[in-house]
Design a protein around this ligand. Structure first.
Ligand SMILES: Cc1cc2nc3c(=O)[nH]c(=O)nc-3n(C[C@H](O)[C@H](O)[C@H](O)COP(=O)(O)OP(=O)(O)OC[C@H]3O[C@@H](n4cnc5c(N)ncnc54)[C@H](O)[C@@H]3O)c2cc1C
Length: 103
């Protein structure tokens, strides 16, 4: 990607506010259709609260379409890491129930 001066004027067909899943998905879809766009994100990209531990089958269909499904599948956990939800009385206390989620 070419470097441009920070104060150079911007010109684009579509300005997308926010680089969350919706903004990035929109940028992917516009790019696939040859429509230029700029994504503006107000934060620095650091994650303080992880907001996606599970990716639905429907979302993975989009990831496959964008050619990123393998990176998404192994982005955080290895492929055989169980994603079960466990409810406990305390962190180290008695387990109340477990919802099994396949790796
Ligand atoms: C704790 C938690 C766990 C979750 N776990 C899952 C999960 O496992 N699986 C799942 O599918 N979903 C999960 N979700 C839901 C998922 O994170 C949201 O549905 C998704 O992030 C919504 O995407 P979005 O792009 O609409 O908004 P956001 O992800 O909120 O993104 C909006 C972006 O816009 C930026 N922004 C806002 N205003 C401006 C502005 N004026 N200018 C520039 N940038 C701006 C923000 O900084 C932000 O980066 C979870 C949510 C939470 C809170």
């Amino acid at each position: 990607m070419a470097k441009r001066p920070a104060d150079a004027p911007l010109s684009t067909s579509v300005l997308i506010a926010g680089a969350g899943p919706v903004g990035l998905a929109l940028a992917c879809e516009l790019g696939l259709r040859g429509i230029d766009c700029i994504v503006a994100e107000k934060r620095d990209g650091k994650l303080h609260v992880p907001k996606m531990s599970l990716v639905s089958a429907g979302s993975m269909e989009y990831c496959r379409r964008w050619g990123i499904s393998e990176q998404v599948r192994t982005a955080v956990w290895s492929e055989n890491h169980a994603l079960d939800f466990v409810y406990r009385e305390t962190l180290a206390g008695r387990a109340l129930t477990r919802i099994k989620i396949p790796a």
